[in-house]
Design a protein around this ligand. Structure first.
Ligand code: HEC
Ligand code: HEC
Length: 315
């Protein structure tokens, strides 16, 4: 009887924790944020059909994009190295070769017209005491909506085949290092050789100094060093990651991380990079699954046959 009472008390507290305390704590610590499928419904639709040739002329000319951004696939080099760019703008502007495939078209149009609003950074860049480094496009003399649509059409037309590493580099890499992927905010860690006299890898040390300099500047810009994302895919659920990327302010109010504006396809590319670098044994584990199930099926059949043969003799 005494044991039964103890059991009842145990069961009661287990259930209380399971249904009461845990969900309560969970809802306090990770509030539930609804996933909107990268719809960005607060942004205004494009409304015009873009013209690729006119868009190219604007991006290369009156839009001034290549004054700050490289478009390497089109032979446009970066105007500055990452460190100088960070000194000038706070952060290194990303290459625009693949943005048309990674970012949502509506988001891109809104970004060109009003970057601070599209990136959800109004709380940091009020336009009075602090200015965002990328200017809002004021128009090139014609119908501004048309000009924006033209530029988006051009950026989409040049963005073909995005590899996972390009997706990461373009949308996260200027802020987040990825140690497992050998990625730093200023590029891949170079392969260097030790100095034969001092046995020190001088070139690597020089590179690391540049990374540290860049990070110092970045912290002044974002307010906080963006964390290394090597194991983020294991530390955080996908549910968190996609709702957080859709709107960082929903989970970390006041954060300096922008709404990046990924499309669904762009998000999947970024995740595949994070999985490849952070959880490289996942494909092997997944491939093992069917074998394990197969083993259990065969084992069950054998067990049944064995049981049958044993019972036959008993009857
Ligand atoms: C004066 C420099 C400057 C000019 C001109 C400029 N940009 Fe930028 N752009 C930046 C900087 C700096 C960033 C990075 C801001 C950040 O990460 O906070 C950026 C970011 C971006 C991004 C990435 C946004 C995201 O969601 O991650 C895109 C796309 C972009 N710019 C496109 C353009 C286009 C298209 C034009 C021309 C219409 C343009 N930029 C003109 C400086 C500039
Ligand atoms: C302009 C810089 C910038 C860019 C671009 C950027 N981030 Fe961040 N990110 C930050 C900063 C700053 C933080 C730290 C936020 C904080 O704690 O306030 C952060 C935090 C995070 C976190 C941690 C959130 C947490 O709960 O601690 C994740 C995950 C993340 N970023 C993912 C990404 C991914 C994926 C991309 C690319 C698709 C990206 N970020 C692009 C600046 C950036």
């Amino acid at each position: 009887m005494k044991e039964l009472k103890i059991l009842a008390v145990l069961v009661f507290f287990t259930l209380l924790t399971y249904w009461g305390v845990e969900p309560f704590a969970h809802s306090k610590m990770h509030k539930h944020v609804e996933f909107k499928n990268f719809a960005y419904s607060d942004l205004k639709p494009i409304g015009k059909t873009g013209d690729i040739a006119r868009g190219k002329a604007l991006v290369m000319g009156a839009g001034a994009c290549v004054g700050c951004h490289s478009i390497k696939s089109q032979g446009m080099p970066a105007p500055m190295d990452p460190n100088s760019a960070a000194s000038a703008y706070g952060v290194n502007p990303p290459d625009l070769s693949k943005v048309g495939a990674l970012f949502d078209a509506k988001f891109l149009a809104n970004l060109i017209e009003n970057p601070v609003k599209a990136l959800k950074l109004e709380h940091k860049f009020d336009g009075k005491t602090r200015f965002f480094p990328m200017p809002a496009f004021g128009g090139a003399g014609g119908d501004k909506n048309q000009e924006v649509a033209d530029m988006v059409a051009y950026l989409q037309s040049i963005a073909k085949e995005v590899t996972p590493v390009e997706a990461y580099e373009t949308s996260c890499g200027r802020c987040h290092a990825n140690r497992y992927g050998k990625w730093t905010q200023i590029g891949m860690v170079p392969k260097t050789k030790s100095n034969i006299v001092t046995n020190q890898d001088v070139d690597l040390l020089k590179f690391q100094t540049k990374v540290a300099d860049y990070q110092n500047t970045l912290v002044k810009y974002t307010g906080k060093l963006p964390p290394d994302l090597s194991i983020m895919i294991r530390a955080r659920s996908e549910e968190f990651l996609k709702t957080f990327l859709e709107n960082p302010q929903s989970q970390l109010p006041g954060t300096g991380m922008p709404r990046v504006g990924l499309s669904k396809e762009g998000y999947e590319k970024v995740v595949s990079y994070l999985e490849k670098t952070g959880d490289p044994s996942k494909p092997a584990r997944d491939a093992l699954g069917p074998w394990v199930i197969g083993f259990f099926i065969i084992f069950t059949i054998l067990a049944l046959l064995w049981k049958k043969s044993v019972w036959k003799e008993l009857h």
